[in-house]
Ligand binder design. Structure first.
Ligand code: 0RA
Length: 635
């Protein structure tokens, strides 16, 4: 670092200090999400280079000790002396907050997005960071510690290549734990490869031998994304609809394809950010889709089958769609800042989708016919479902007054205090009823044959003897009519054995919640009870352990020669008496529970489709690979 500090450098030091003081403000958290965000921040800058047309290849390496290296073949960060700061532009980019680079507003830089805070934030949160710039036939280099340069930018060699290599070591005094997940990084990099067609993005895990490598490159862009999402489903026409178009500086790339299922899967992106809360681009898309399909219906011979317009729900049944828009100055709103607010985008998306979808469908008459046929079937089924629902409502099934007979409800009526255990089987249900604290814990035993919700339409789900009690007990209805405010228990706890059958039940119920009561998962109301596998007694004291590894660790800590040790293995919930069940699994003071979280929609959708879908071979492979884990969902 130069010895005479000028005003600019004092500013820089203050900036870096602010980042280290409040890392959450810049990267969201200091947990796993924030940690992985560091990688995305660098990669986003490389993607910007690619979008500007200068970079084709981005490679991410997880080195030993969780050091990250991001290599790209872009122009390289500029190294000339910055006219105002009087230091190398590289140093400015690396140390000055919000000096992302491209200062013109017309580019759709991703690094201006959600947490788009710039590489300097990564630098500030790294115990050390080093950058090599390949540019002008030279290799330039600078190294930093907690964001502060150790010396001026220097030349360390010659090279014909162009590009940037950033290596950084996340600061362990900032992050809760430093352990990069190959799967988390791989999922995001794959998503970026879908969203930015033609760019090759690879990930290599060098922490293990042999190294693990994955590489993504999709010429088809979001069309490849749709094919990927539908790979375990049965599409009703071969090629996904696809177009890319631009209007008033907004670029819209869209692909859609219908499958034989009933779920609606729409992923929306703005400048490569997943807009989970939707926004103006999504509403423009929905309006255009409904109107366009109704226009086709009117002109079609199928028109005589319908005397009403198709609704939005009708035209979205079994739809898989990805829309990616690039907006010069996006405004993000909503609770998690993932809702696009720009009002002009609604009209732009609406008109581009109408125009391009119409011409695509005019050129593909067989495609429009199967879509209309599917939408009409959906419309008829919806009318039948409504009749069925009105009927069940009249019978009082879906009203809270008609609680299921087997539900052992709790005394407290304030949902915030209440929890319901959903238990498979009468014997475990019986123990749970006796062992619970009836003040705030309700028990719902399940019976009957489980249905596969992936393959069943909503009206059948509602009237199913196994699902109906869950719907009525929770009191918040289902699907379009789901209303979280009516939820009768703020903790919905799935209690099943730790074996394969238990996994099966857990998966089926989670699929059901994911497809029909998604806010329940999104808002963190779903939990998995964790019954212990062993009870270990040593010198009159006992201790529960939840898996074999934990058992071994615990036993290793005991003195086998002099301690009196006993061990009981639980085969299942049904084997525990009410008192044991209370202590091990239900008592809030001592139990273990996993909260089910939805962090990655693509991964969750893939998991449920694969687990529950029609296709047997991918399902078998998935189960073999994952041993029925629910790790994509819980943390
Ligand atoms: C500032 C300006 C320019 C590019 C970049 C930064 C840049 C940053 C990163 C971070 C990782 N890879 C990167 N590649 C480029 C514009 C370059 C120019 O005008 O020559």
């Amino acid at each position: 670092m130069q010895d005479n500090y000028d005003a600019g450098q004092i500013q820089i030091l203050k900036g870096l200090e602010a980042v280290r003081k409040r890392p959450g403000m810049y990267i969201g958290s200091t947990g796993s999400e924030g940690l992985h965000h560091l990688v995305y921040e660098i990669v986003d800058n490389s993607i910007d280079e690619a979008l500007a047309g200068y970079c084709t290849n981005i490679a991410v390496f997880i080195e030993e000790n969780n050091i990250i290296r991001v290599v790209d073949n872009g122009r390289g960060i500029p190294v000339d002396i910055h006219p105002i700061e009087n230091i190398s532009a590289l140093e400015v980019v690396m140390t000055k907050l919000h000096a992302g680079g491209k200062f013109d507003k017309d580019s759709y830089k991703v690094s201006g997005g959600l947490h788009g805070v710039g590489v300097s934030v990564v630098n500030a949160l790294s115990s050390w960071c080093e950058v090599s710039v390949y540019r002008e036939n030279k290799i330039f280099f600078q190294k930093y510690e907690i964001g502060i340069p150790l010396e001026d930018v220097k030349t360390i060699g010659e090279s014909q290549n162009n590009g940037t290599v950033v290596r950084f070591n996340p600061d362990s005094s900032i992050f809760d734990e430093i352990d990069f997940s190959f799967d988390i990084l791989s999922n995001r990099l794959r998503e970026l490869a879908f969203l930015n067609k033609g760019i090759e993005i690879s990930l290599t895990d060098e922490r293990i031998v042999p190294v693990k490598e994955r590489s993504f490159m999709f010429e088809g862009g979001v069309k490849s994304f749709v094919q990927f999402l539908n790979k375990s489903k049965t599409p009703i026409f071969e090629e996904p609809v696809y177009f890319e178009s631009e209007k008033d500086n907004v670029i819209v790339e869209l692909s859609l394809q219908y499958n034989e299922g009933f779920a609606e899967t729409i992923f929306t992106y703005v400048n490569n950010i997943n807009t989970r809360e939707g926004g103006t681009h999504l509403s423009g898309l929905k309006t255009a889709l409904t109107r366009t399909l109704n226009d086709f219906l009117k002109k079609s011979k199928l028109a005589k089958k319908m005397d009403e317009n198709l609704t939005g729900d009708d035209v979205r049944e079994g739809l898989t769609c990805v829309i990616s828009v690039k907006v010069p100055e996006p405004q993000f709103e909503g609770q998690t800042k993932t809702k696009l607010g720009n009002s002009e985008v609604r009209g732009i998306v609406d008109s581009l989708v109408s125009e391009r979808l119409t011409s695509y469908l005019e050129e593909h008459p067989n495609v429009i016919d199967v879509i209309l046929d599917k939408s009409i079937t959906a419309s008829k089924a919806r009318a039948a479902a409504k009749r069925a629902r009105d009927l069940t409502r009249r019978k009082g099934f879906l009203e809270t007054s008609g609680l299921p007979g087997k539900l052992a409800d709790c005394a407290d009526k304030n949902p915030e205090n209440c929890e319901v255990y959903i238990v498979e089987g009468d014997s475990a249900g019986g123990s749970a009823k006796m062992g619970r604290d009836r003040k705030f814990q309700a028990i719902l035993p399940l019976w009957g044959k489980m249905i596969n919700v992936e393959k069943t339409r909503v009206e059948k789900v509602i009237s199913n003897e196994k699902m109906l009690p869950i719907i009525t007990a929770l009191g918040a209805n289902i699907a379009d009519e789901f209303n979280l405010e009516k939820l009768r228990y703020h903790k919905v706890i799935i209690m099943a054995d730790a074996d394969v059958d238990g996994s099966h039940i857990r998966t089926l119920l989670l699929t059901f919640f994911f497809r029909y009561m998604r806010p329940l998962i999104e808002e963190g109301h779903v939990y998995l009870a964790m019954p212990p596998l062993y009870k270990i007694t040593a010198n009159g004291k006992y201790h529960y352990v939840y898996d074999d590894e934990e058992k071994d660790t615990y036993l290793a800590g005991l003195d086998v020669a002099s301690d009196k040790i006993g061990m009981q293995r639980y085969k299942g919930l049904g084997e525990m008496n009410p008192d044991q069940l209370w202590h091990t699994t239900m008592n809030p003071e001592s139990r273990m529970m996993k909260k089910v979280k939805l962090e990655d929609f693509v991964a969750a959708d893939e998991m449920f489709t694969t687990l529950m879908g029609e296709d047997v071979p991918p399902r078998r492979k998935f189960i073999e690979d994952n041993a029925l884990s629910v790790s994509n969902l819980d943390v």
